[in-house]
Design a protein around this ligand. Structure first.
Ligand code: LLP
Length: 383
């Protein structure tokens, strides 16, 4: 949360920067851990949401595993002390080099996304004389009812193995002596706020769990991915997700044997609310029909609004004016999509005022870029 003392500590700092409330992060992690522990569920944090080292340190300390989507993420997680036996590696396009390095690091499991990938991992594992644990990422064809760019569970996606390919997978696995099939993996999309969607996912997982048992595979792991959404509209009212309700759905609807483990890959719900992008107003442009606030942060620091028309709450944390004005809040980048919000009602704002763009801890800093030769965005942490 951005209280008065925190805000006044920003006055001396050069903007823009990401501010991370590490206390809120710890509370969020603790609340997730307690809720997951109740059912013996395993949580892997999806590094892609935020790989800031201070954030990762808090996550490592709580004991979560790591869900990685590149060789560098695998390396980072292990270098920072995540247990390699809690590292899973997903991604539709793992290179030979990435697979080899992951095999050498003895990670827990590859989430395999195509029939051909099975053959490739098998060949590379054979070269090293190793066995690779794999889970099949299956496309369950469940609609996540979220933004079209971040839904991944429908059949037309590039992700995962389609159900009509499962027989081919079984055939391939029989020929792959270095592979040990330990589980099935799903991820249907991100920023899912309707928990009913997860119930549909559970029903699909149950069907497939039975299918594999019928084909002679007693799977150890059911990995249901991530996707739990956060409240972008009311970050102060809902700073921490209701993890109890989320995990309860899976406990209630997943039919699993006693020795079967349930794994999760949460990203956004763990880190989104602890981060804000803090920026200064460079210019105020008053037009005939529109007023613009031009910030010193842009899509190069936070890409989500430009890329997905995503909503982030915008606050002027300096102005005390009671006069309200509607502004288009934009960045300095030479692209018209470089806009954080249109017609945003704010107190009358002036050059030099600080603007906070909230709920930016997930897919914020990690997606920043050097476009326009911008400087790398800095980070500031709560005490
Ligand atoms: N597991 C897999 C296989 C994934 O693809 C993802 C996210 C996650 C877990 C974590 O999902 P989460 O719990 O964070 O929803 N850049 C977009 C989001 C892309 C999500 C990609 N996959 C955004 O800014 O909204």
């Amino acid at each position: 949360m951005l209280n008065k003392d925190t805000i006044s500590s920003f006055n001396e700092l050069e903007t823009p920067f990401y501010y991370y409330d590490l206390k809120l992060l710890e509370q969020t992690l603790e609340s997730c851990r307690m809720a997951a522990d109740k059912f013996g569920f395993h949580v892997h944090y999806a590094l892609k949401a935020n790989f800031n080292e201070q954030v990762l340190e808090a996550i490592r300390k709580i004991g979560f595993g790591a869900d990685c989507v590149s060789g560098n993420e695998v390396k980072k997680a292990i270098d920072l002390g995540f247990d390699s036996q809690k590292v899973v590696f997903a991604g539709v396009g793992k290179s030979d080099k990435e697979i080899t390095e992951a095999l050498n690091s003895d990670i827990y499991c590859f989430n395999v996304e195509s029939v051909q990938e099975l053959e490739i991992i098998n060949g590379l594992a054979a070269k090293l004389g190793k066995e690779a644990r794999v889970a099949l990422r299956i496309n369950p064809n469940v609609d996540a009812h979220t933004h079209q760019y971040i839904t991944t569970g429908l059949e037309e996606n590039k992700f995962g193995i389609n159900q009509w390919e499962l027989n081919a997978c079984i055939e391939q696995l029989k020929a792959c002596k270095q592979l040990n099939l330990i589980g099935i993996h799903f991820h249907i999309g991100s920023q899912i706020t309707n928990l009913e969607v997860f119930k549909s996912l559970c029903l699909k997982v149950n069907e497939l769990n039975v299918w594999f048992a019928d084909h002679g595979y007693q799977l150890k792991v059911l990995n249901v991915g991530g996707g739990l959404g956060v409240d972008y509209h009311a970050p102060d009212e809902n700073p921490i997700n209701d993890f109890d309700s989320y995990f309860t759905i899976f406990n209630q609807f997943l039919e699993r044997r006693n020795d079967q483990e349930v794994h999760f890959e949460l990203g956004r719900a763990l880190v989104a609310q602890c981060g804000s992008l803090i920026s200064r107003i460079l210019y105020v442009k008053n037009g005939l029909k529109k007023n613009f606030l031009i910030l010193d942060a842009g899509m190069t620091e936070l890409m989500r609004p430009a890329l997905y028309q995503a909503y982030h709450k915008i606050e002027n944390i300096s102005s005390l004016s009671v006069k309200k004005i509607k502004y288009d809040v934009v960045g300095p980048i030479c692209e018209s999509t470089d806009c954080f919000g249109k017609e945003v009602e704010l107190p009358e704002s002036f050059r030099g005022d600080l603007i906070a763009i909230r709920t930016a801890g997930a897919y914020g800093e990690v997606m920043s870029s050097g476009y326009n030769l911008r400087e790398r965005v800095k980070s500031v942490y709560s005490k």
